[in-house]
Ligand binder design. Structure first.
Ligand SMILES: [Zn+2]
Length: 326
């Protein structure tokens, strides 16, 4: 795509939720788009709301279950007169049919509930769009689930690929989960988009997928948002799920015995250089007195909501065992 629009962000834009369906895309009505979730989102003029998305708008990217991340539209590429192939149900012409992995006939229509082998294929001319937001992207790692997202939208439909959100409430909800979006336009890159590959050959996608596979961390993100219990809001990339009792001792993951901690704080906690008493107050080993940024944490009260399901007895045991070594 060559035509790009880099308009000045509007002072007050709109907000959208973009649905990604990933590898297990079941609906065959649209040809799959090649997008990296952390960078950009492609759609075309057959998609509802396509004409309303603009530079400066807030976007929350979601899958069927939860919010994956958020950013601001930094650039919008537009490509007119693109040929698009669309498949329809042989019987009712619906585009909402599924490919079956093991059964024949191969396709099954969710609308008319009939199966068939050959969908009707049509070619149409569309305008293609790609919204870029990678420069402001913040992972949400599921800290808002689909129910919470639903409450931020005036639309009742789950199927909409581009769904309107209440911008003010969406920003507040994201902020309340510890996510800190950069201010719009702050990352003016002069039309250059960030490369999709990180040094070392990994993609941001891979790192996010790795974090997403940790069920214990997922549960803690759902519970507490992207907030280090000791130091407060932190980027998803440095937040870890800490076991108050070593997992090797307990062999189980209880949210009640877990804390979201920044990776360095997690290391201090596991190394016996930082402990938390039963009043949820932080204590730092005297040996760290020379490290101002850590010794300053002494006396801090955990960043936890009052109803946090934390097992204070387990915290107190860890505290007693730790300070005994100081
Ligand atoms: Zn049908």
């Amino acid at each position: 795509m060559t035509e790009a629009e880099f308009a000045n962000p509007r002072t007050e834009g709109r907000a959208w939720s973009f649905l990604v369906t990933g590898d297990d895309r079941q609906f065959q009505g649209n040809a799959g788009y090649e997008d990296i979730v952390e960078e950009s989102y492609s759609y075309d003029s057959t998609v509802g709301n396509h004409q309303h998305v603009a530079v400066g708008d807030l976007v929350v990217v979601r899958n069927g279950q939860e919010a994956l991340g958020a950013g601001y539209v930094e650039a919008l590429q537009v490509l007119a007169d693109q040929e698009k192939v669309r498949s329809r149900c042989r019987f009712c012409r619906s585009t909402g049919f599924k490919e079956r992995r093991t059964m024949l006939p191969r396709f099954w229509c969710s609308r008319c509930k009939r199966a068939f082998d050959d969908p009707v294929v049509e070619t149409l001319s569309v305008t293609a769009f790609r919204a870029h937001y990678g420069g402001t992207w913040q992972p949400l790692d599921g800290c808002l689930d689909k129910t919470q997202l639903k409450e931020l939208s005036p639309s009742r439909s789950d199927q909409q690929s581009i769904k309107k959100l209440d911008r003010h409430r969406a920003l507040k909800a994201i902020e309340a989960r510890g996510v800190r979006l950069p201010s719009r336009g702050g990352g003016d890159r002069g039309g250059q988009h960030r490369p999709q590959e990180l040094p070392g050959g990994t993609r941001r996608t891979t790192a996010a997928a790795r974090r997403g596979q940790d069920a214990f961390r997922r549960a803690l993100v759902r519970q507490y948002g992207l907030v280090c219990a000791v130091t407060g809001a932190a980027p998803a990339e440095v937040l870890e799920a800490a076991h108050v009792r070593p997992f090797s001792d307990t062999r189980h993951h209880r949210v009640e015995e877990g804390l979201m901690l920044r990776s360095d704080v997690h290391r201090l906690f596991d190394s016996g250089l930082l402990a938390i008493d039963s009043d949820l107050v932080v204590h730092v080993a005297p040996s760290l007195a020379g490290h101002a940024s850590y010794s300053a944490l002494t006396g801090a009260v955990l960043h936890l909501p009052p109803d946090a399901p934390i097992d204070r007895a387990v915290i107190a045991d860890h505290h007693a065992a730790t300070v005994a070594t100081w």
